[in-house]
Design a protein around this ligand. Structure first.
Ligand code: AMP
Length: 284
């Protein structure tokens, strides 16, 4: 496994790499969710590249950029075990040198949910992902449905900018009790970790109601809020039942819906989601 920190070294490695090349972009502190993407990339491609970069431009000024968990040595050990060929782990100055001032703005789907709650977040995501694509020149790129809106944003960017890359979406990997794996789960105290199951539990309540025939979106949102409200450690940021393609809030669940939520527990801001009906382009 080759580990490179500079754009120049990454380009040299990519020039020599067998095709197809699959890329898994990450912010590190890897868990089984990340590794599920790596394993799929390993199956699909002759070369697997993983990027590890905590991207400052996708964090707001009062968010957790500086405290975001990092453990490069452990990450590299895990990736070596998965048979990864190339790791790109640049320092911030390599991605954003002095004078950097060009950004990618994706419209439409960036305006709601995470985009509304975290102004500038998707500008940072789209910008860094297009830079990673330009440096590592992947044939395929792998993203988790954990960040469902991000997956829609990347798909839209790839389509709108004619990027010759196949975007592969992968299902959410969960703990046995239902909590979606996230690097940010490391922020949770044991008590908060127990409380965090309320996110997936509220999604399961929505799924059950839907399966019993409930199609009133506000009823789903209100049942979810009730489940979340019963957990004193949970502070709800948003609860959404939206069109799975446009992310517009639904009145009636008469088409594929993304049911998603963001909840603060202690200093962790956690997100989770499920899709009701068809996948609406969230999966490949
Ligand atoms: P991150 O390091 O949090 O930026 O995540 C890197 C990639 O891993 C993104 O495409 C995420 O959607 C994906 N990912 C994170 N957590 C999970 C999970 N629990 N299951 C599946 N994919 C995940």
């Amino acid at each position: 496994m080759e580990v490179v920190e500079s754009v120049a070294a990454a380009r040299r490695a990519v020039r020599a790499a067998a095709r197809p090349l699959g890329l898994v972009p990450t912010m590190g502190y890897l868990h089984e969710g990340h590794l599920s993407l790596v394993r799929r990339a390993r199956r699909d491609n002759a070369t697997v590249a993983v990027s590890i970069f905590v991207n400052p431009t996708q964090f707001g000024p009062n968010e957790d950029y500086s405290s975001y968990p990092r453990d490069l040595e452990r990450d590299l050990r895990l990736l070596r075990q998965e048979g990864v060929d190339l790791v790109f782990a640049p320092p911030v100055g390599e991605v954003y040198p002095p004078g950097f001032d060009t950004y990618v703005l994706v419209g439409g789907v960036t305006e709601r949910l995470e985009g509304a709650a975290r102004p500038g977040h998707f500008r940072g995501v789209a910008t860094v992902v297009v830079k990673l694509f330009n440096v590592l020149q992947p044939d395929r790129a792998y993203f988790g449905q954990k960040d469902a809106q991000q997956l829609l944003v990347i798909r839209k960017m790839v389509k709108d900018l004619d990027l010759p890359i196949e975007v592969v979406g992968m299902p959410i990997v969960r703990e046995p009790d239902g909590l979606a794996l996230s690097s940010r789960n490391a922020y949770l105290s044991p008590e908060e970790r127990k409380a965090a199951v309320v996110l997936s539990r509220s999604l399961q309540v929505a799924r059950r109601l839907y399966e019993r025939g409930e199609r009133n979106a506000e009823r789903l949102r209100s049942e979810m809020r009730q489940v979340l409200g019963a957990e004193p450690l949970a502070q709800v940021d948003y609860v959404s039942v939206a069109d799975a393609a446009s992310l517009e809030e639904l009145t009636q669940v008469d088409r594929p819906a993304l049911v998603s939520l963001a909840v603060r527990i202690g200093r962790a801001r956690l997100i989770d989601n499920i899709v009701l009906g068809e996948t609406g382009g969230l999966e490949d």
